[in-house]
Design a protein around this ligand. Structure first.
Ligand code: ADP
Ligand code: MG
Length: 266
């Protein structure tokens, strides 16, 4: 495992008066799975969106495999910088809470079109990749289905397949299961677990502590725009060092509905 594959260094992001991130530094090694947890509004999404420079921070640097994705503050970007950023973005897969699929394209076309537009692959190569990616997420029998006919879990697996077909070197996932009905959560987590098994480098924002416990190499707990604690899942969750993490875990177990317990139990 290369020590630092993705590096976020001193990331500060402000929205008006709100300092959403306060000089956060975080590295992810190649093949590592890092789960980000923390209360709503603590800056998890903003950190993820800084990683691919979707929300450029006010201060800080992001590097991927040693090469700069973005550096702030920065003057007007040069053509070379924009090209480099687009190159990085094409290799960083992002999966959101709301399944981002194109409603006017079938499942297969969704996966094909992304490759043709972003990677300029020709149609036959893109189709071969798409069939493989759809098989990898268990959607071989839904190639010709329209998104509106898919369940939430299937739509999210389609969104993951679309990202996988682009041969990402890093996946950023922002609460990929939190918009799903509880009975559909497991099928998406199973896909993520398989990705972890094939050593996909992933940074995942999640409330699924049971999943994080099984799959993460490291859990990072954030609060109020900063990292409070991080460590191996077992150690962090069963033996929190800070009162802030203790309080967060207590609250989470109190608000967990019985039907969710399987996913949230630690
Ligand atoms: N586009 C935005 N404009 C203004 N404030 C924002 C924006 N995005 C996030 N914030 C604020 O930044 C803080 C962190 O938000 P976010 O990263 O979405 O938190 P989390 O994902 O942990 O719930 C919150 O106070 C939120 O209201
Ligand atoms: Mg969020």
């Amino acid at each position: 495992m290369a020590d630092k594959y993705l590096e976020l260094i001193g990331i500060t992001t402000r929205f008006g008066d709100v300092e959403a991130l306060q000089g956060v530094s975080l590295s992810v090694a190649r093949g590592e799975v890092v789960c980000l947890i923390g209360p709503s509004g603590c800056g998890k999404s903003t950190l993820l969106r800084a990683a691919n420079w979707l929300t450029p921070p006010n201060e800080g640097t992001v590097r991927l495999d040693g090469s700069v994705v973005g550096h702030a503050p920065q003057g007007r970007a040069t053509a070379a910088q924009i090209r480099a950023l687009n190159g990085h973005r094409a290799r960083i897969g992002m999966v959101f809470q709301q399944f981002n699929v194109w409603p006017h394209l079938t499942a297969l076309e969704n996966v094909v079109r992304a490759q043709m537009v972003v990677l300029r692959r020709d149609k036959s190569e893109a189709e071969a990749k798409a069939r493989q990616a759809l098989a990898d997420v268990g959607l071989s029998d839904k190639m010709d289905a329209w998104p509106e006919r898919l369940s939430g879990g299937q739509k999210q697996r389609l969104a993951i397949a679309r990202t996988l077909a682009m041969d990402p070197v890093l996946m950023l996932m922002d609460e990929p299961t939190s918009a799903l009905d509880p009975e559909l959560v497991a099928e998406v987590l199973a896909v993520l677990q398989r990705l972890a098994e094939i050593q996909m480098t992933m940074l995942i924002v999640t409330h699924e502590l049971g999943f994080a416990m099984r799959v993460a190499d490291r859990i990072v707990f954030m609060e109020a725009g900063g990292i409070v604690e991080q460590g191996p899942p077992q150690e962090l969750l069963s033996n929190p060092r800070t009162d802030r993490l203790k309080a967060f875990l207590d609250k989470l177990s109190l608000t967990t509905l019985p039907k969710d317990r399987e996913h949230a139990e630690i």
